[in-house]
Design a binder for this molecule. Structure first.
Ligand code: HSE
Length: 415
């Protein structure tokens, strides 16, 4: 029998406890060992819980118990999770986590400690909720050079955008619903401002290309500026708006990484990924495109991935699973301003036709979009050519000086 501890009894932690107990026998068959929860760490009390005798608010009790071989960290956030995870591994315990903030900020360091201590540090649940993506990239696709990864990595924002697109629901109502369903982060700003998707693309980029990409190196824009008008124009253009995290390997060895809302063509496999689902496209040089699809948030999908990692640790208690990437560097991520992109622009001017012509002269090939009930002076277009972000900004600046008010700009994806 192997004893484990679950640190954190929130949405994911309670799911982990539920899955470990409700699937006790089938898990024991697969792990070839019974897995028993010895402790559940939480600062709160849960009187009347069927697990009441397992609760502790003392991390030291877990740390100092040699019978606990595997610890699941599902507290979330950087502290105290970072401190606890490090100390557990230094004490010879394997750790599994769903904590993307922790892995995105400290992954290289924690993987190094795991290697030195000959323990496992696994984090399948940190990206894509219940979707297997860490193992496929590190093991099944190991024969490939990954060229690019792009995906819908945040369930909450995808849920909100789907509600806005399909039901014209307001942003706030859709967010409240996502919170009620247990999809959103404790502070939903992390979802809607794109920070959560940013952490996830950092983890995927680090894993796929072997060098740490830190969240503060990534240009990140969320969905809070999007309006129903933009959603409507995306439909008229021939697609939908999705919050995308994307990383590409550049020829000079650097990577280009971004998180931003993008127009996605209806022909793309990612365009039909709706509600709380995530879709992650991995482009390998041998495999071509592979798309991973499933529930990206929620109690049981995420718990499923955490428990699978616990099982893996139990099966590899003596033989470590090999996951590793090196520390990052300040010159590794190409500045966003250098990226060459096409964009959708929605703007307003006293003479919209003349303003559109001026825009056309500056941007070259553009396609104007029309919608019924456009507001007074509104015009919108998509650029045909890709241009460096710096050039686009300069051209928009010129338009502003000519009296045009730019209302929105959204990137057009090449996916
Ligand atoms: N808030 C996250 C999401 C939870 O909505 O995707 C899963 O990481």
């Amino acid at each position: 029998m192997v004893e484990v501890a679950v640190m954190g009894y929130g949405v994911v932690g309670s799911g982990v406890v539920e899955v470990l107990t409700s699937h006790f026998e089938s898990i024991a068959r697969r792990a070839k060992e019974e897995i028993r929860i010895k402790y559940i760490l939480d600062v709160r009390d849960f009187p009347g819980s069927p697990f009441a005798e397992k609760f502790t608010n003392s991390f030291e009790q877990i740390l100092n118990d040699p019978e606990v071989k595997v610890v699941a960290e599902v507290i979330g956030g950087l502290e105290p999770a970072y401190d606890y995870v490090k100390r557990c591994m230094l004490a010879g315990k394997s750790v599994v986590t769903s904590n993307k903030e922790l892995v995105a900020a400290k992954g290289a360091e924690l993987l190094k400690i795991a290697q030195q201590q000959n323990v496992n540090f696994l984090f399948e649940a940190s990206v894509g909720g219940g979707i297997p993506i860490i193992r496929p990239i590190s093991q099944c696709l190991a024969a490939n050079d990954v060229i690019e990864i792009a995906g819908i990595l945040n369930g909450t924002t995808n849920f909100i955008l789907t509600k806005m697109i399909r039901e014209q629901m307001s942003f706030q109502d859709a967010l409240s619903m996502a919170q009620r369903l247990g999809y959103a982060e404790r502070n939903p700003e992390a979802d809607i401002e794109g920070y959560d998707a940013c952490r996830k693309i950092c983890i995927l980029a680090s894993l796929a290309f072997g060098k740490h990409v830190y969240p503060d190196q990534v240009y990140t824009k969320g969905i809070t500026d999007l309006t129903l008008a933009d959603v409507e124009y995306a439909g008229i253009w021939g697609g939908v708006i999705k919050l995308i995290g994307q990383v590409k390997k550049l020829d000079d060895g650097r990577v280009e990484v971004v998180v931003a809302p993008m127009f996605i063509s209806r022909d793309s496999q990612l365009s039909g990924v709706d509600d709380v689902f995530n879709g992650i496209l991995v482009r390998g040089d041998a495999t071509g495109d592979i798309v991973f699809y499933g529930k990206g948030a929620g109690k049981l999908p995420t718990a499923s991935a955490v428990v699978a990692d616990i099982i893996d640790c139990v099966k590899h208690i003596k033989a470590r699973k090999y996951l590793y990437w090196e520390d990052g560097s300040s010159d590794y991520v190409a500045p966003y301003e250098e990226s060459k992109i096409a964009v959708y622009i929605r703007a307003q001017a006293a003479e919209p036709d003349a303003a559109f012509e001026a825009a056309q002269k500056k941007f070259g090939a553009v396609r104007r979009l029309y919608r019924a009930n456009a507001s007074e002076g509104e015009f919108a277009f998509v650029t045909g050519n890709v241009l460096p972000v710096t050039d686009i900004k300069a051209k928009l600046c010129e338009l502003k000086q000519e009296g045009v008010k730019v209302l929105s700009m959204v990137r057009i994806s090449d996916l």
